[in-house]
Design a protein around this ligand. Structure first.
Ligand code: GCU
Length: 138
């Protein structure tokens, strides 16, 4: 089994800031998206081979309103307005998974806020390779 973690605070952030004021994140912090549509985080993801992989986003949304985001891979939309629902508290982190085709070598995976509320707080992206049956854990 294999997976690779990419921390949001190390990714390319557009209209957001690195923060660490809500416990439970992995790495050194998380990205607090600006409360505006179009704010985004882009991860540089390397794949050993082309194929379908699982993109698991770890996030917190301490509001009761969904914070949908559009997920693109290499500029193509793989999930439009994917739900990032309320998690109950900013310190409660959950995961959602989108499956997508990656190419061998370098890929970009971007999560862009679809509404004026902006994105949730984003902790990391876990990329799980084909054939991996291990359940992602925090
Ligand atoms: C609060 C919270 C932030 C969050 C923000 C938001 O300010 O402390 O972590 O990002 O709400 O609504 O996006």
């Amino acid at each position: 089994s294999s997976f690779t973690d990419y921390q949001a605070e190390s990714a390319t952030i557009s209209q957001g800031v690195v923060a660490s004021n809500h416990a439970g994140f992995t790495g050194s912090g998380f990205v607090d998206y600006d409360n505006v549509a179009g704010s985004s985080v882009e991860f540089a993801v390397s794949a050993a081979a082309a194929g379908t992989q699982s993109l698991t986003f770890r996030f917190a949304n301490g509001t009761t309103a969904d914070r949908p985001m559009t997920i693109t891979v290499n500029g193509s939309t793989v999930a439009a307005g994917r739900s990032f629902p309320g998690t109950g508290a900013w310190t409660t982190w959950q995961e959602i998974t989108v499956n997508a085709q990656l190419r061998a070598g370098g890929n970009t995976v971007r999560a862009t806020a679809a509404t004026a509320n902006g994105g949730p707080n984003l902790d990391r992206l876990r990329v799980t390779g084909p054939g991996d049956t291990e359940k992602p854990t925090p």
